[in-house]
Design a binder for this molecule. Structure first.
Ligand code: XIL
Length: 307
C-alpha cells in the first residue's frame, strides 16, 4: 500500500474547513510543514511548544491518517539560542540528544516515519558544514539515528534531501552515505526524496527510476517526501497538462518499487504553498488550485491509484 500524503500548515488547518476537508478526503498521510522543526518546537533551551505539532497529530490520528515527522536534525529554522549559543562538543551532544528524546518521544508510536536528518549533504556532494557537523564531528549522523530509535522504536527512520531524485554527484554522495550508515549498523530505514521540481528543469525519468531502484536495493524504503512541480510564469492549460505528466511519471516509478511506501506533496493547494515565496516567478506547483479544485495533476494521481 502506498500512502498519498501532504505537508500541512497549521494556520489554515485551524482556520479553513475547506482545507481540512480536502486534506482528509484526498490524502492518507500528513507531514508537519514547519511546526516540528527545531526552532518552532523548541524555542528556548528549556521550553518546547508542541501546540502546532499536537494539532496536526491529533487531526491525523482522529482520521486514521499516517504521520511523517519532519525533522529532527537540520541546519535551517533553528532557534537563536542554538545558533548564537556557544556549546562544547559534549554540551551540544546533550542538547541534540534531549531534543530528539523529547520530540520523538512525545509522539512515540504515532509517527510512521521520521526525517531524522534533513539535507546533510551539500549540492556538490560534500558533507554540508552545519552547526551539528562542525560541533559534533562526522559521527553525529549515526548518533542522531540511534537516539531517534531509542525515543521511538516503531517509527521508520529516514534521511531526507533535495536534488537527489536523479543520478548525479549529490545522489551518489547520499547513496554512499546510506551504505556507510547501514554498514555501521545505524537504524536507517529509508531515504526521502524531496522532489521540489521545476517544470522547466525536470529530471530524466529513466535516471530517477534507476536512482530510486539502487536505494531500494540497499534494503531501504524510498519515499517521495516533498513533491511540488513549480510552473514558471502563468500556469496555462499546456503547462498544467505537462505538470500532470510529471506527477504521473514520478508516481508510476514509485509504484514499480515495492518499498516506495509514500508519495507526499509539499502542501496540497496552491492557496498555501512555499513555492511563490521561495522561487520568484514560479507558482501553481501543487495538485489542487487555490480554490481547492483538483488540477490535472491530482486527477492523474487519482487515476493511477484507482481512487
Ligand atoms: C519550507 C516550508 O515550506 C516553508 O514554509 C518555510 O518557510 C521554509 O521551509 N525542504 C524541506 C522543508 O525539508 O522543510 C522546507 O519547508 C522546504 C525545503
Amino acid at each position: 500500500m502506498i500512502h498519498l500524503g501532504a505537508a500541512v500548515a497549521v494556520k489554515p488547518l485551524r482556520a479553513d474547513a475547506r482545507y481540512r476537508n480536502t486534506l482528509a478526503r484526498a490524502f492518507t498521510m500528513v507531514t508537519a510543514e514547519n511546526v516540528m522543526k527545531f526552532g518552532p518546537v523548541h524555542p528556548a533551551p528549556a521550553r518546547y511548544d508542541f501546540r502546532g505539532a499536537d494539532a496536526i497529530v491529533r487531526f491525523a490520528t482522529a482520521r486514521r491518517m499516517a504521520v511523517r515527522g519532519h525533522t529532527l536534525v537540520w541546519h535551517s529554522q533553528q532557534p537563536v539560542w542554538l545558533t548564537g549559543g556557544r556549546f562544547s562538543r559534549r554540551a551540544l551532544a546533550a542538547v541534540l540528544r534531549a531534543h530528539i528524546r523529547t520530540v520523538a518521544g512525545r509522539y512515540r508510536g504515532r509517527i510512521a516515519a521520521w526525517d531524522v536528518v534533513n539535507e546533510a549533504v551539500a549540492d556538490d556532494g560534500t558533507p554540508r558544514r552545519t552547526l551539528w557537523s562542525a560541533g559534533l564531528g562526522p559521527g553525529y549522523l549515526e548518533q542522531a539515528f540511534a537516539w531517534a530509535n531509542e525515543a521511538d522504536p516503531v517509527a521508520r527512520l529516514f534521511y531526507n534531501d533535495y536534488g537527489i531524485e536523479a543520478l548525479g554527484r549529490k545522489s551518489d554522495a547520499v547513496y554512499r552515505l546510506a551504505e556507510r550508515l547501514l554498514a555501521r549498523g545505524a537504524p536507517l530505514h529509508g531515504v526521502g526524496f524531496q522532489a521540489h521540481l521545476g517544470l522547466d528543469d525536470l529530471p530524466r525519468w529513466r535516471d530517477v527510476e534507476a536512482n530510486l531502484r539502487r536505494f531500494a536495493a540497499l534494503g531501504l524504503l524510498v519515499q517521495v517526501t516533498e513533491l511540488d512541480v513549480r510552473i514558471p510564469g502563468k500556469a496555462g492549460r499546456r503547462a498544467l497538462a505537462r505538470q500532470a505528466d510529471a506527477y504521473r511519471r514520478l508516481l508510476e516509478i514509485c509504484l514499480t518499487i515495492p518499498t516506495c511506501t509514500a508519495f507526499v506533496t509539499w502542501g496540497f493547494t496552491d492557496r498555501h504553498s512555499w513555492v511563490p515565496n521561495f522561487f520568484k516567478g514560479y507558482g501553481a506547483a501543487l495538485p489542487f488550485d487555490a480554490s481547492y479544485r483538483p488540477k490535472p495533476a491530482m486527477r492523474a494521481v487519482q487515476r493511477l491509484l484507482g481512487r
